[in-house]
Design a protein around this ligand. Structure first.
Ligand SMILES: [Zn+2]
Length: 321
């Protein structure tokens, strides 16, 4: 564990330690190849897939409005996908290009989190390497380390491991130390359920598995608090700088238990299915403002230090919080 990681830059300190809802928000983005691409995602109104040039303009506006923390997801074309997601570690991918451009422009005034999982880069859509119809844990971890290190080299503040493989935080921290990346942080999706609330995201990232599901690695929706606390404490001891509970609203009780059981900062992911429900049923802006404010307060009350939400931009630009 390196306690200094969360204190390393002004933007990290504001995100992690300021209790205000505004500074706790993280906006997710979907990065694609090409130029001038600004493609709406039908199931997630207001969220677009963007090429790097458009993304940089979007984040520039966000920064001016006071939205300083951003999570980037790489969306790959089908021809770039293969069984081991090998293109995901390519330093010339749109994701790596975006990280370098943003860190060069904003340095310590921005927090860049980068999603780490194999599923956006595998042709079968699974979160790991498949052998004999199973996801091979330890082999997958080696690929995750390679991709994670490429994010670190590009300048990511927090590699955000969403894969749910066993032991990947320890391996990532070890490799970061070995190669001298002492200030690169790790956010672990520690308590991630095999939820049905991820549907719209899978449209956005084109990451649905072609067969089977994710129940052999993501947590069973019926599992109790002890399993959640075990996962979070395990990642804490392996060296995670931020621990996450995902989804948010259906698991507020779990969030509270986890926040009480760990000493590291806790993030909550207000996922795509939660977002789409709110957007669908609250077309009126004033009504939506009240609903979103109530949701954000529930996360804070349940112990979240950090809130990843597709509502972040609207909430900040419309001054809802
Ligand atoms: Zn995945």
């Amino acid at each position: 564990m390196r306690a200094r990681i969360n204190r390393w830059t002004p933007a990290r300190r504001n995100l992690v330690f300021d209790d205000d809802i505004r500074t706790s928000l993280v906006q997710p983005h979907f990065v694609v190849a090409g130029k001038d691409v600004d493609q709406p995602i039908p199931s997630m109104p207001g969220i677009n897939r963007q090429s790097v040039d458009v993304l940089l303009k979007t984040i520039d506006l966000d920064m001016k409005m006071g939205l300083f923390s951003h999570m980037l997801f790489l969306v790959l074309d089908a021809e770039k996908k293969d069984p081991t997601a090998s293109f995901a570690s390519n330093a010339n991918s749109p994701l790596h290009e975006a990280i370098r451009a943003l860190k060069k422009k904003y340095g310590g005034e921005i927090v860049i989190m980068t999603d780490l999982c194999l599923c956006t880069g595998t042709d079968h859509g699974h979160c790991g390497v498949i052998k004999r119809n199973n996801i091979e844990n330890d082999e997958t971890v080696e690929h995750l380390v390679k991709i994670g290190m490429s994010h670190a080299k590009a300048g990511s503040d927090y590699i955000s491991a969403s894969d749910m493989m066993d032991g990947r935080i320890e391996r990532l921290r070890g490799k970061l130390e070995e190669e001298g990346y002492h200030s690169t942080g790790l956010m672990s999706y520690s308590v991630k359920y095999a939820s049905s609330f991820y549907g719209p995201f899978r449209d956005a990232a084109e990451s649905s598995p072609e067969f089977g599901d994710r129940r052999s690695h993501q947590m069973d929706i019926r599992s109790g608090y002890s399993e959640a606390v075990m996962q979070a404490r395990n990642d804490q001891s392996e060296g995670a700088d931020i621990l996450m509970v995902k989804p948010g609203l259906p698991y507020l009780d779990v969030l509270r238990k986890v926040a009480d059981a760990v000493v590291r900062p806790v993030a909550v992911y207000n996922v795509s299915g939660e977002y789409s429900m709110v957007m669908e049923t609250n077309k009126n802006l004033l009504q939506r403002a009240l609903v979103v404010r109530e949701i954000f307060n529930s996360f804070k009350r349940a112990g979240a230090d950090i809130i990843v939400s597709y509502h972040a931009r609207e909430a900040i630009t419309e001054n809802w919080i």
